[in-house]
Design a protein around this ligand. Structure first.
Ligand code: HEM
Length: 110
């Protein structure tokens, strides 16, 4: 049996940690302020939703779908203006979060 990326990461706890670090980056880096401003004052709901989504996306429990149905991420992002800069900001937060947890190799390349 091949291991899922979710298992390679270590399951729920490390995934929650990754998502928390991701939003902590967004919350503190001056250069990601544009995308921070798109989010609510509290990032609690965003943390939960990204965790639920990534759980299934990485091959773990399909938590987002169980709770909300199909993610329809394209449609859910429609209300926001997301160009190259916003996309770079999102990736920077994820890159830093992955760095902080020393996640490298195949898992990082996903
Ligand atoms: C390209 C840059 C991106 C920007 C600027 C962005 C921004 C946002 C914003 C402003 C929201 C609404 C607030 C919230 O519900 O948290 C949101 C929701 C969400 N985003 Fe993104 N996002 C980006 C990329 C991504 C990517 C690559 C993923 C998946 C890996 C993702 C997954 C989600 C999820 C799961 C939600 C919650 C959807 C729901 O309402 O149920 N986003 N995003």
């Amino acid at each position: 049996m091949t291991q899922t990326p979710y298992d390679a990461l270590g399951g729920e706890q490390p995934l929650r940690e990754l998502v928390d670090r991701f939003y902590d980056q967004m919350d503190t880096l001056p250069e990601t302020n544009t995308i921070r401003q798109m989010h609510a004052k509290s990032l609690k709901a965003s943390r939960e939703k990204l965790f639920l989504f990534l759980s299934g996306w990485l091959g773990g429990p399909d938590l987002y779908i169980e709770k909300y149905g199909h993610p329809r991420l394209r449609r859910r992002h429609m209300p926001f203006t997301i160009g190259q800069s916003e996309s770079d900001q999102w990736l920077l937060c994820m890159k830093n979060a992955l760095d902080e947890m020393s996640i490298a190799g195949d898992l990082r390349a996903l």
